[in-house]
Design a protein around this ligand. Structure first.
Ligand SMILES: CC(C)(COP(=O)(O)OP(=O)(O)OC[C@H]1O[C@@H](n2cnc3c(N)ncnc32)[C@H](O)[C@@H]1OP(=O)(O)O)[C@@H](O)C(=O)NCCC(=O)NCCS
Length: 203
């Protein structure tokens, strides 16, 4: 049966929080799943849009879009952040995440913001339209704790050269300590990225 991507409605709230908690809490990380769901529930006026994948009346996946800023020399520029991206563990690997990313990029583009940012796997997002944000003069919110290849963006029509600078998250990200990574996970991800780039140089 085909699945449908549609905008999240207020009535989806509980289903969406359940999907986020399940996706991020998989593999014995229940607490982490609940924390990510709580961030989405707490974004308030910074929340811009949510999209869900539904099939037969069941929500299988979700992506959230919220606002942040780039602290450029000339102005504080509103941009959007893609997070969280969640697919029910038993439905992963079926193209649902890819469909959500594509729809989220389209929604952000139509909103008129100059750029969409995220922190995530360059393997996953790099093949879905994202590129390294530091190549365009952007710095991550957690300067010392965000591996640069993981800090990614898509630029839209409204982007101009001067819109460079550090990404600033609303307070909710810091209240949940959700900007960048911390050790030991930070060290693990850095090591994985180092080996991946060594492999690509060797091959
Ligand atoms: C990441 C996630 C959203 C992908 O959704 P999905 O519906 O399984 O993705 P798709 O079916 O569209 O794509 C599957 C591909 O993504 C890859 N993939 C899945 N998770 C990945 C990850 N964490 N890092 C890199 N690649 C990943 C799979 O290996 C697969 O690759 P292939 O197409 O070469 O076989 C889903 O696995 C998920 O909810 N994970 C838990 C939450 C999470 O980590 N979210 C992203 C945070 S940045």
């Amino acid at each position: 049966m085909a699945f449908e991507v549609r905008p999240e409605q207020p009535v989806d709230r509980d289903d969406v929080l359940r999907v986020i908690a399940a996706a991020f809490g998989d593999g014995g990380r229940e607490e982490h799943g609940l924390q990510v769901a709580d961030i989405w529930a707490s974004l308030g006026r910074h929340r811009r849009a949510g999209l869900v994948v539904e099939q037969g009346g069941h929500v299988l996946g979700h992506v959230g879009l919220s606002s942040a800023w780039v602290d450029a020399r000339r102005l504080l520029v509103e941009v959007w952040v893609l997070s969280p991206l969640s697919v029910l563990p038993e439905r992963q690997g079926q193209g649902i995440g890819t469909a959500l990313v594509e729809a989220a990029v389209g929604t952000a583009r139509r909103s008129g913001v100059p750029a969409l940012f995220l922190e995530g796997s360059p393997d996953y997002y790099g093949t879905r339209g994202f590129e390294r944000a530091d190549r365009h003069g952007f710095l991550p919110a957690a300067l010392e704790r965000t591996p640069r290849p993981a800090f990614q963006c898509v630029l839209f029509e409204g982007h101009e050269e001067w819109m460079a600078g550090q990404l600033i998250y609303p307070a909710v990200w810091w209240e949940h300590d959700a900007a960048g990574l911390r050790d030991p996970r930070l060290a693990e991800v850095e090591e994985r990225l180092r080996s991946a780039s060594a492999e690509s140089i060797e091959s």
